[in-house]
Design a protein around this ligand. Structure first.
Ligand code: COA
Length: 325
């Protein structure tokens, strides 16, 4: 059975935050951010919006694109690191907001920025086994709220957004294969320290600003460049795919230097690489489905195109998926 994407949708909040906006309260500059990260601007969710709100808009667009109704969905998986609340799952809130309450299963999947790739691979299994027909897989984040506005090393990097895909049986093409990977021994490099069972919120957490993300940027950088090429190569070898046959390479958008170094190590020319970080920053689990939706809506993605998607993030995790459109 071939399983692929029946419909795609995304949503990026309207509020644009430029590098110049950060110059007003951080010891940073447009020049530094632009040259060290490739980011020119990013989007921040409106104060009234949480992750489920962004995810819902993307999900509705994906359903419309697939020409399906909410009740046609058998399972909703939301890959996110910034759920509305620790529980209930954001996927349950999305289920209600799209009008599918009580009609299907719904859960969140936390795999750092690799969340959507993990979610898509998980959804794929339910369809391949014949258990379900349609699975809605979403990558959605209001991750900027988990970043410290006084930390120039993280605050300038992130943006908010959501991307969604409806997976189901397709006649041609579809997801060819995947690779998932994690190395928990280096998880300390990217952590949201408080609010869980290890360190519940307290006065001490407030003092330490433990309610904000801590990142060891250099270590994450090295892991990311290594993983982009390692996991992609593994997937290409496994599927006997030649590099030159790839039409689109969609890497996670964390830093344009990571993207360039990863593509170079792999030997993929930049013309085939989808770059959206300049406009949207790093929207964590949303970057891959948003980037895919952008080339789809712009009409660049053609039937039969071979697409390699690869992501990496907290965990540390990484994942790659090869798909024929
Ligand atoms: C965070 C990151 C952009 C830093 O870039 P870098 O070129 O490696 O910079 P360094 O960490 O070596 O720091 C160099 C200097 O820039 C400074 N700096 C960091 N952020 C800055 C900013 N926004 N503006 C100005 N200066 C900044 C540092 O304080 C440091 O100053 P020092 O040398 O005086 O101590 C880069 O490491 C990165 O992108 N890492 C991966 C992040 C990531 O992918 N996260 C998400 C994973 S899903």
């Amino acid at each position: 059975m071939r399983v692929g994407i029946l419909g795609l949708g995304s949503y990026i909040p309207e509020k644009i935050v430029t590098n110049y906006d950060f110059e007003k309260f951080l010891d940073t500059s447009d020049e530094w951010i632009r040259t060290r990260t490739g980011i020119i601007e990013r989007r921040f969710a409106d104060e009234t919006q949480a992750t489920s709100d962004l995810a819902t808009i993307a999900a509705k667009r994906a359903l419309e694109d697939a020409n399906l109704r909410p009740e046609d969905i058998d399972l909703i998986i939301v890959g996110t690191n910034s759920p509305d609340t620790l529980y209930p799952a954001t996927a349950c809130l999305v289920q209600d907001k799209i009008g599918a309450s009580g009609k299907c299963g719904a859960f969140d999947l936390q795999a750092g920025c690799t969340g959507w790739v993990y979610a898509a691979v998980t959804g794929l299994q339910f369809i391949k086994t014949g258990a379900y027909k349609h699975v809605l897989v979403i990558g959605a984040e209001v991750i900027t709220r988990l970043m410290d506005p006084t930390d120039k090393g993280t605050y300038v990097l992130f943006g908010d957004g959501a991307g969604a895909a409806v997976l189901g049986e397709v006649e041609e093409g579809g997801i060819i294969d995947f690779e998932l990977y994690a190395d928990g021994s280096i998880s300390e490099h990217l952590v949201y320290p408080a609010g869980g069972s290890r360190k519940p919120f307290s006065e001490e957490v407030l003092k330490e600003r433990g309610y904000y993300t801590k990142m060891n940027g250099n270590e994450v950088f090295k892991f990311s460049v290594r993983e982009i090429s390692r996991i992609s190569k593994k997937l290409l070898d496994k599927t006997n795919t030649r590099l030159e046959d790839i039409d689109w390479f969609i890497p996670h958008q964390a830093n344009v230097r990571i993207i360039q170094a990863g593509a170079e190590k792999l030997g993929i020319p930049m013309e085939k690489v989808v770059v959206t970080i300049d406009k949207f920053g790093n929207s964590s689990a949303a970057t891959v489905p948003v980037s895919l939706d952008i080339i789809y809506k712009e009409g660049k993605l053609k039937k039969g195109d071979l697409v390699l998607m690869v992501s990496f993030g907290a965990g540390m995790t990484s994942g790659a998926m090869l798909m024929r459109w």
